[in-house]
Design a protein around this ligand. Sequence first.
Ligand code: FDA
Length: 389
Amino acid sequence: FVNADLVVVGSGFFGLTIAERAATELGLKVAVLDRRHHIGGNAYSENEAQTGIEVHRYGAHLFHTSNERVWEYVNRFTKFTSYQHKVYTSHKGEVYPMPINLGTINQFFRSAMSPTEAKALIAEQAGELAGTDPQNLNDKGIQLIGRPLYEAFIKHYTGKQWQTDPKDLPAEIISRLPVRYNYDNRYFNDTYEGLPVDGYTAWIERMADHPNIEVVLNSDFFEDGEYGRSSVLGQVPVIYTGPVDRYFDYAEGDLSWRTIDLEEEVLPIEDFQGCSVMNYPDADAAFTRIHEFRHFHPERDYTKDATVIMREFSRFAEKGDEPYYPVNTSDDRQKLLAYRDLAKGEKSVLFGGRLGTYKYLDMHMAIGSALSMFDNKIKPHFTGGAKLE
Ligand code: FDA
């Protein structure tokens, strides 16, 4: 006997959206399991103990969407600030705006080019490899934006992200490198953008705050327990948002992921870098970027005596590391197809979210896809007896 109508594995945005809808709209009793000690998956944040500054524990999380339904849904649980994300990059002792735009280009070439002139210059520089079919990321980068900009802002940054010389990376990793021929350096182009006014964790806790939702932390689905695999499979429907290869005991091989290491430091100064994210595209720094969390909430009355920064290092994930970004080589895609076939055979289990589908999903995409799964599969199953597959 299982004391729930639905078991959700993983309390990230995907799992919590399913749980909230199932409890609120269908009145179902939902158990949400997570192997971590907290809810929220990778969007989890907490206040750093010494300074009270909110830090995103698994890397910076910026909310943005153009999806009306998702925007309406998330506003049920939190208000958003008017924060607009902007990124800068520190190259050879000079700071430039990102993504590459007319400001970056004119600063880099010590010029005052118009959009038309800048376009012509970049086209000419990209022409170095015109008509060739680049076989590695390095050549592809040069072909897209020309050697000078590529070597300054992309080459080493990408090399650090992958811990691999871009000459040894497949060209397919990048299909385009955005260059803006105006001075707009707003990072996201979405209709809605902002950060949760009282933090990610407050938002996430409100989603789970329903008498029909039971959250069980420090609990791995693959270990024995009230809602562990051996107790619930075949008894109640399961929504699984953990890694799909883990579910099938890596039968088709391991899917490859990149992970990040975050090094936090509290500094006894008010402001370290003057912005929330500074990229480091040169080879001499091992990290890719530095986050300074106070800048995500300029509206808050944070201490002026200290600031919290996080250096981000990026590398291929090994077993036991947190899987963050799918590498997605053609070998991975083959394995994924095999896992998808296996998943179809799991009759009362639905796979969702970033890890369950092996897809990088922004928060709004994870929420949007959970709302669709709820409408198309879960609701019909519980209200009309449709099969859950
Ligand atoms: P998520 O990974 O959040 O949750 C899965 C949960 O399942 C985890 O809590 C895990 O512990 C649990 N779990 C796994 N296996 C289990 C098992 N066997 N038993 C029990 N529990 C298990 N998005 C965005 O919109 N803006 C941004 O700026 C960023 N930034 C960003 C930075 C980094 C470094 C990453 C990796 C991701 C982002 N994202 C983002 C993406 C965002 O984190 C993502 O959309 C959500 O994590 C997706 O939520 P999910 O619920 O799919 O997975």
